[in-house]
Design a protein. Structure first.
Ligand SMILES: C=C(O[C@@H]1C=C(C(=O)O)C=C[C@H]1O)C(=O)O
Length: 474
């Protein structure tokens, strides 16, 4: 990445910006390739979700993620550059694309600040290959045209533009200067308020009501036969409403109700959005460390404090849930073994309490030697047995055979990579694909020896609740 000592926005003028962009176009001509120009600036406090709501266009892709408890939110929309990949090495292909792009990037602004500089946003399916005709490819990477992010007290706005050697520099200058003014003093009053639809008219279980208990019984027979130890089986429920769903209305509810989760919306620019509130981090790389977690084992929340504490206590002592959790932890440790990291984690899981469920949770972290790539970590970790199974090959084959629908982005790695090798990925669970008047919600549960089909069904219902309350006004 090229970082000329230029400040085209701070106290600058449109003329200075024009001069800078003309130099970038000259660079594109001299290397014979378009340059990605990335202009970052610190702005007054902005709410990324409110900004996205104000300029939301169903015909434009966007990426939004926010974790209020961790103090960050980021929204990006429209596309400066994009790359799609499929197959077993899709994350390695994405890394090569990022490296190529960064070699032809000119970035200016406070680049050491969080969320400054170009960021590459990922939408990745659970499977390495996506069936034709789905809402998203197996892997999509985009650098948005504009991005607004908050971490702690700071807000950063970024404009990204792909500038060919013969770019209409005057036009690009005018556009960026306008955006600069807009983000410098944002006017929220132009937001088109979108109410959530009233109660769903219809909820349809994909594959039929009996499909899930039957699949669980089949998996239990295969586990008893020794084919595999654990498989995570999911259900899909399709809701139809009288009015259209709107991702922004849903997201404000999700982020309020699940502040410790990653609330997210990933739009494909063709009217479909994958939204949710996921409690599960796949991996974060920041400040020379990596952070991942084992999350598996679930129990309901109680109505009263004592009922709630009793559920929590039972979960912490449940032999079945501890075993299910251990499989995930051991698998994560095993998959990272080749990297020679010194993994740090507690011996016993702790509780993660969400509004609708308790989970068993073991955060895992390690110092990262230079040269370990976050996308290599993603490729090694995904899918953990928290959403796939163990051992991996027979469990994934069973999952594909026993589930009644392709997973799409459900349980896939969603997140971003920055220009310095950092980034963060969460697992796309507690999620739904919104498409006009329908929303297809997904929820799964881990099946091990000792699982009971009715209880797993009830557990997936609890997980659906994370979304259903937010999707409509019911
Ligand atoms: C698969 C899902 O959740 C996963 C399965 C869990 C379990 O089986 O206890 C718990 C947390 C998640 O890792 C889902 O929400 O769809």
């Amino acid at each position: 990445m090229k970082t000329p000592p230029v400040n085209p926005t701070g106290s600058a003028t449109p003329e200075a910006l024009r001069g800078f962009l003309a130099q970038c176009a000259a660079e594109a001509r001299s290397v014979g390739r378009p340059q990605l120009v990335s202009i970052s600036m610190a702005v007054d406090n902005l709410d990324p979700l409110a900004v996205l709501e104000s300029i939301f266009e169903p015909g434009e892709p966007h990426f939004y993620a926010e974790r209020p408890a961790a103090g960050f939110g980021v929204a990006g929309a429209e596309v400066a550059v994009e790359f799609n990949a499929a197959g077993a090495d899709r994350f390695a292909a994405a890394r090569a694309f990022i490296d190529r792009t960064l070699a032809d990037t000119i970035a200016v602004g406070p680049l050491a600040e969080p969320f400054a500089g170009p960021h590459f946003f990922f939408a990745a399916g659970f499977a390495d290959d996506a069936p034709a005709g789905g809402a998203f490819p197996a892997l999509r990477v985009q650098v948005p045209r504009w991005q607004v992010a908050r971490r702690g007290d700071g807000t950063i706005a970024v404009a990204n533009v792909l500038l060919p050697g013969d770019a209409p520099v005057d036009l690009v200058t005018a556009k960026i200067w306008r955006a600069h003014g807009k983000f410098g003093a944002f006017d929220y009053s132009r937001a088109k308020q979108k109410a959530r639809p009233s109660a769903p008219q219809r909820a349809e279980e994909i594959g039929g009501a009996e499909a899930y208990p039957m699949a669980v019984r089949q998996a239990l027979a295969e586990i008893a036969r020794g084919d595999y130890q654990k498989v995570v089986l999911a259900r899909a429920l399709r809701y139809t409403t009288a009015e259209e769903f709107h991702p922004m209305g849903v997201l404000n509810h999700l982020r309020q109700r699940y502040p410790e989760c990653y609330s997210f919306s990933i739009a494909n620019g063709r009217g479909q959005s994958f939204i949710g509130a996921s409690p599960e981090r796949l991996v974060r790389v920041a400040g020379g460390r990596m952070h991942t977690a084992a999350l598996a084992g679930s129990a309901p929340r109680g109505e009263t404090a004592s009922e709630d504490a009793a559920w929590a206590q039972a979960l912490l002592q449940s032999e079945k849930d501890l075993r299910e959790h251990r499989l995930v932890l051991d698998s994560i440790v095993g998959r990272l073994a080749g990297l020679d990291l010194k993994l740090e984690h507690a011996a016993q899981p702790r509780l993660l309490g969400l509004a609708n469920v308790h989970h068993l949770h073991t955060p895992i972290s390690a110092s990262l030697p230079a040269g370990v790539d976050i996308l290599d970590l993603v490729a090694r970790l995904h899918p953990t047995p928290a959403v796939g199974g163990a051992p991996q090959a027979p469990a994934l084959a069973a999952l594909q055979r026993l589930e009644a629908f392709p997973r799409g982005l459900y349980a896939g790695p969603q997140g971003w990579v920055d220009h310095q090798g950092g980034g963060e990925f969460f697992v796309g669970i507690r999620s739904a694909l919104i498409d006009g008047r329908t929303a297809t919600a997904y929820a799964g549960a881990g099946i091990v020896a000792g699982s009971e089909p009715e209880k797993e069904f009830a557990e997936t219902d609890l997980k659906f609740n994370a979304l259903i309350g937010a999707l409509t006004q019911s």
